[in-house]
Design a protein around this ligand. Structure first.
Ligand SMILES: Nc1ncnc2c1ncn2[C@@H]1O[C@H](COP(=O)(O)OP(=O)(O)O)[C@@H](O)[C@H]1O
Ligand SMILES: [Mg+2]
Length: 325
């Protein structure tokens, strides 16, 4: 059996008295996308920086393809790539100039460097922008050229630290397509994200991290089965009917119903494990039950659970405030 792409045991990193990473155990199988999901300040980047040998752990251990990140840092470094760290793109150069320059620095011959640059620009949908300066790229194009630069030499393990944060939906989709292409070529990807839907779409397994600790780990399916695959949001015409609506929804959905500060609003998780019906069918039954009871509904929607809802389900409290540095 081949070694895991990443294996950590009790990994710790402390900044002064802040245990930013507080005993993390991870096992990442090779050839997959592994999602590290957590809010701002959870410790995701600190984990990545230790795995990429940029930061020395204060406790525990970490191995990348069986190599210790401290004792065998050079070997680890030869097998990994971190977007925006090892490969930095120059804003004043064009897409082609950047990739050719970096390929030459990595030891490719002139011809091979030009070929590799053209191939990546094509694969990442940047051929038309190839001759344009990177400072004129959109946010989505910029993320794509960053990823292209980090895989000039196909790494065995690629760290993508929040590659889509702040991007519009179309650009996010393009970055997702690229991640799929990278993995199809055999690279293992450690993806950090604040979006459950992103981890759900791309990752084979997900670890949810909170205050430097893994609070849940598993496949997206198992995670969603424990927290619900959807969330029902309801707004009533008349707040006086809310207690009755809460009772009905709890009975139909089989989950707790949250009342919100807004006196006509309710939310509840749907599609939780143990129910034999899917979230959409449960939601439509809930809506029918409200109508039958004469409760007027002004707005009703079924959405993916947000990271807030994941945290509420896993920890019984909202997303933590970031610890002030
Ligand atoms: N270089 C640093 N010096 C001091 N504190 C840091 C440093 N890097 C991160 N931290 C703190 O460690 C915690 C985790 O940060 P980080 O790993 O960046 O979280 P995430 O990437 O999940 O947003 C935060 O409380 C952050 O303020
Ligand atoms: Mg971060």
């Amino acid at each position: 059996m081949s070694a895991p792409a990443i294996e950590t045991n009790g990994l710790v990193k402390t900044f002064k008295d802040n245990r930013a990473v507080d005993g993390v155990d991870l096992t990442v199988p090779p050839g997959t996308v592994y999602g590290l999901l957590g809010p701002n300040g959870a410790g995701k980047t600190t984990v990545v920086r230790m795995l990429a040998t940029l930061l020395r752990p204060d406790g525990g251990e970490a191995r990348v393809f069986g190599h210790d990140v401290v004792r065998e840092a050079d070997t680890v470094r030869s097998r990994v790539s971190l977007t925006g760290q090892y490969a930095s793109v120059d804003e004043d150069l064009t897409g082609t100039e950047n990739l050719v320059l970096l390929a030459r620095l990595l030891g490719h011959g002139k011809r091979a460097a030009r070929d590799r640059a053209a191939q990546l620009l094509e694969a990442f949908g940047l051929t038309e922008a190839a001759a344009r300066q990177v400072k004129k790229y959109s946010g989505g194009m910029r993320r794509r050229i960053d990823i292209a630069a980090s895989i000039l030499n196909t790494p065995d393990l690629l760290f993508l630290d929040e590659p889509t944060t702040g991007l519009d939906p179309r650009s996010r989709n393009q970055v997702w397509d690229i991640i799929r292409v990278v993995v199809a070529h055999g690279t293992t990807v450690l993806l950090t994200t604040q979006y459950l839907d992103e981890a759900d779409r791309l990752a084979g397994r997900i670890a949810v991290i909170d205050h430097g600790r893994v609070i849940a780990e598993g496949t997206p399916g198992s995670l969603k089965a424990s927290i619900g695959s959807g969330t029902v949001h309801v707004r009533l015409r008349d707040g006086a009917q809310r207690p009755e609506a809460v009772r009905l929804l709890a009975a139909v959905l089989g989950t707790d119903v949250q009342t919100e500060a807004d006196p006509v609003a309710l939310t509840a998780r749907a599609g939780v494990e143990g129910s034999d019906r899917g979230a959409a069918e449960q939601a439509s039954r809930a809506l029918a039950a409200l109508a039958e009871a004469g409760i007027v509904v002004d707005d009703f929607s079924l959405g993916q659970p947000s990271l807030d809802e994941v945290f509420l389900a896993l920890t019984d409290r909202p997303i933590p405030e970031e610890v002030p540095a």
